[in-house]
Design a protein around this ligand. Structure first.
Ligand SMILES: Nc1ncnc2c1ncn2[C@@H]1O[C@H](COP(=O)(O)OP(=O)(O)O)[C@@H](O)[C@H]1O
Ligand SMILES: [Mg+2]
Length: 294
C-alpha cells in the first residue's frame, strides 16, 4: 500500500476546503479505505472537525515537521498521528504552533519539501492521505502542494472566490516552474452551490412549455459557471479534470456540530450523494506521482 496524497487547496478562506477534506475522508473510509487527514492549517479546523481537542494534543504536526527539518529523530509523524472516532480515519492534528514553524526553518535544506519528506514515514500505512491547507499563500500551502500527487480545488460561487482563480493558477504555475514538477488539478468542487427557487421554477416551466424559452431565454447558472471556470483553469493550468457541485445544505452544519463527516451523519440525501460521486471519481483516478516536467 502506498498512499495517494491529495491536497485541498485554495488560497482564499471559507471556500469549503476543510469541509470537503473531512467529508471525502469519511466517504473513503465508508468505501473500505484507510485514510490519514493531515491538518496543515494552524487554525486546526480539520482537527476540531474530527472531534480532537487541539488544546490537549500530546504532539502536533508542528513537532514532526520541526523534527524532520532539524534531523532530531525525536518526534516522528507516527508519534503525532491520532485515531479518530471514525474507524480507519486517522489525523495528524494541528494547533497554533504550526504558524510559528517558518521562523525555525532556516536549517532546512529544502523548505518546500519538509511535509513531503515527513509523510514518507507513513505513506505505506494508508490508501489515501488528504491534506487540508490554510487560506493563504504561505510556505505551509506550498509544502502541501509539493507533497500532493494531485490537487482538489474547493471554491464557492461568491464573486471574490471566482475572481481569485487567476491568482491561484499563478501560484500553481510558479511552484511548477520553480521546482520543475507538475501538480495536476484533478478536481474542482463548487461548494455551497445554491439552487435558487427561481432557477428551479424557470427550469420546470421551460421543460413543460418549451416554446416559452424563445420568449424568455433561460440560462442555466451552473452551466455558465462551469464554462467560466473551465476557461480560467484551462488557460492557467491546462486543466482537464472534473467539476463537481456540492449543494448548500444545513446538514453540513448539523454534521459538524456532531463532529462527524456527512457520510457518517446522514445517508441517502443529496449532499451525501454529492460526496459519494466525488469519492468514486477519486478512487478511479490512477496515481501518477511527481511527474517531472524538465
Ligand atoms: N455544502 C455546504 N452547505 C452549507 N455550508 C457549507 C457547505 N460547505 C461548507 N459550508 C460552510 O462554509 C463555511 C466554510 O467552510 P470551510 O470548509 O471551513 O472553508 P475553508 O476550509 O475553505 O476555509 C463553514 O462554516 C462550513 O460549514
Ligand atoms: Mg479550512
Amino acid at each position: 500500500m502506498k498512499a495517494k496524497c491529495i491536497t485541498f487547496a485554495y488560497h482564499k478562506g471559507g471556500t469549503g476546503k476543510t469541509t470537503s477534506c473531512i467529508n471525502i475522508a469519511g466517504e473513503l473510509t465508508k468505501k473500505g479505505k484507510k485514510v490519514l487527514v493531515v491538518d496543515m492549517d494552524p487554525q486546526g479546523n480539520a482537527t476540531s472537525g474530527l472531534r480532537i481537542n487541539k488544546k490537549h494534543l500530546p504532539f502536533s504536526l508542528h513537532d514532526a515537521l520541526f523534527d524532520k527539518c532539524h534531523n532530531k529523530n525525536k518526534t516522528s509523524l507516527r508519534d503525532v498521528i491520532l485515531s479518530t472516532e471514525i474507524d480507519n480515519l486517522h489525523l495528524a492534528p494541528a494547533d497554533l504552533d504550526l504558524a510559528g514553524l517558518l521562523t525555525s526553518m532556516h536549517h532546512a535544506e529544502d523548505i518546500t519539501r519538509i511535509l513531503d519528506h515527513t509523510l514518507e514515514d507513513v505513506r505505506e500505512l494508508y490508501d489515501y492521505i488528504l491534506i487540508d491547507t490554510p487560506p493563504s499563500y504561505t510556505f505551509l500551502l506550498i509544502n502541501a502542494i509539493v507533497a500532493a500527487d494531485s490537487l482538489i480545488l474547493p471554491i464557492d460561487t461568491g464573486y471574490f472566490s471566482m475572481e481569485s482563480i487567476e491568482t491561484f493558477t499563478d501560484i500553481i504555475k510558479n511552484i511548477e516552474k520553480k521546482l520543475g514538477i507538475r501538480k495536476p488539478i484533478d478536481t474542482v468542487i463548487i461548494t455551497q452551490f445554491p439552487e435558487p427557487t427561481l432557477h428551479k421554477i424557470c427550469k420546470k416551466i421551460t421543460q413543460k412549455i418549451p416554446q416559452i424559452s424563445r420568449i424568455l431565454p433561460f440560462e442555466d447558472p451552473l452551466k455558465n459557471l462551469e464554462e467560466k471556470l473551465r476557461m480560467h483553469l484551462t488557460i492557467g493550468t491546462k486543466f482537464n479534470g472534473d467539476l463537481f457541485t456540492v449543494p448548500y445544505s444545513h446538514e453540513i452544519y448539523a454534521a459538524q456540530r456532531k463532529g462527524q463527516p456527512v457520510p457518517h451523519y446522514t445517508s441517502n440525501t443529496k449532499i451525501k450523494k454529492a460526496y459519494d460521486g466525488i469519492t468514486q471519481k477519486i478512487m478511479s483516478d490512477i496515481n501518477v506521482r511527481h511527474t517531472k516536467i524538465n
